[in-house]
Design a protein around this ligand. Structure first.
Ligand SMILES: Nc1ncnc2c1ncn2[C@@H]1O[C@H](COP(=O)(O)OP(=O)(O)O)[C@@H](O)[C@H]1O
Ligand SMILES: [Mg+2]
Length: 319
């Protein structure tokens, strides 16, 4: 099985799917403005003084925020307010200009932290599905997990090789133990396929395992994109307007799946224009405007008693 026919895909897809290309290390320079404060061990994600500029344009303006395990955070706000950029900074698809992002206590802006390893545990779903159109559904779902597991297998075999060579020169008492290798490449592929089929069955698309994404509806494609992210066993799911590119009759099936995940306890951050959904599913709603989180709170407060003028104005247009 060749893993290298993904070259023509957008970089963000490759990056998100767990290390298909080694991500470039963030060119992040610590400044005096952003001392590293101790992170909150109870937060799954914590951002400190997160700032992102494109040239002279400041898109995220000194945001500090925590997301706890199990929270379902809906991010709302006008177009251009920085919602996508915020989400993309959480898993380093964008390098912050300033500030820090911690995920499970790891500082993702620290050059010593392997961003590819961290990113595996953050599932990302985009507006445009971003499935690999040159692979069937099953391959789409198994690609990243198989790639990672094979990488680990090769790494362990390589280590064992060097341990064995070293052991030739060590006295009997001093020989180092080998890393136990319990799976073969074949088993890895079989396990990944079985897991993928289980996930596809769950969303009622097991019969589509061998077809190509282009033959599927938008709603089916997006549900498969979600399953693909789930196959990595993520700790958090990041959704960027997952239903915005769908025909209206398909929005429901995708929101239904996201709601199921929410009910099962998945931590999620979801940028959405579906206010009804945000109200029903979110445990916290963040309103962004001009690169800042202008107001946030439980959905009842945000939709029922908005305080900020701009939020009221926004809601009057979208509700
Ligand atoms: N790669 C980029 N280069 C330059 N400007 C960008 C880039 N990405 C986003 N922007 C700008 O940042 C602002 C916020 O964008 P975005 O985060 O996509 O907003 P939202 O998702 O809320 O609509 C916009 O003005 C957008 O034009
Ligand atoms: Mg956006």
């Amino acid at each position: 099985m060749k893993e290298d026919n993904t070259q023509s895909l957008p970089e963000e897809v490759l990056k998100t799917d767990a290390g298909q290309v080694p991500a470039k290390k963030p060119k992040f320079v610590k400044t005096e403005k952003t001392p590293v404060e101790p992170f909150d061990p109870e937060a799954l994600i914590e951002v400190q003084h997160l700032t992102k500029s494109f040239g002279a344009l400041t898109v995220l303006d000194d945001i500090s925020e925590k997301i706890k395990p199990g929270e379902k955070v809906a991010v709302i706000g006008p177009s251009g307010s920085g919602k996508s950029t915020f989400l993309r900074c959480l898993n380093m698809l964008e390098d912050p200009t300033d500030g820090y992002v911690f995920f499970e206590g790891n500082n993702l802006c620290d050059l010593r932290v392997d961003i590819n390893v961290q990113r595996r545990r953050m599932g990302m779903v985009f507006q445009q599905f971003n499935l690999f159109n040159n692979m069937n559904v099953l391959k789409n779902v198994t690609l990243a997990p198989v790639h990672i597991a094979l990488q680990d297998l090769r790494k362990n075999k390589r280590r064992n090789f060097f341990t064995k060579v070293g052991n030739l020169f060590r006295g009997f008492e001093k020989k180092k133990p080998l890393i136990p290798i319990e799976t073969s490449a074949k088993e890895i592929r079989e396990d990944a396929a079985a897991n993928a089929m289980r996930l596809l069955e769950r969303i009622g698309l097991a019969d589509k395992a061998n077809v190509y994404p282009s033959t599927l509806s938008g709603g089916q494609r997006q549900r498969i994109a979600i399953v693909r992210a789930l196959a990595m066993n993520p700790k958090v799911m990041l959704f960027d307007e997952p239903t915005s590119a769908l025909d209206p009759e398909m929005v429901g099936e995708v929101l239904e799946l996201i709601k199921e995940l929410a009910d099962e306890g998945m931590t999620m951050v979801i940028v959405t224009h579906e206010m009804g959904f945000a109200r029903e599913v979110a445990t916290r709603v963040m309103f962004m405007d001009g690169g800042k989180i202008v107001e946030q709170g439980p959905p009842e407060a945000i939709f029922g008693a908005p305080q900020n003028e701009r939020l009221r104005d926004f809601l009057s247009k979208v509700l």
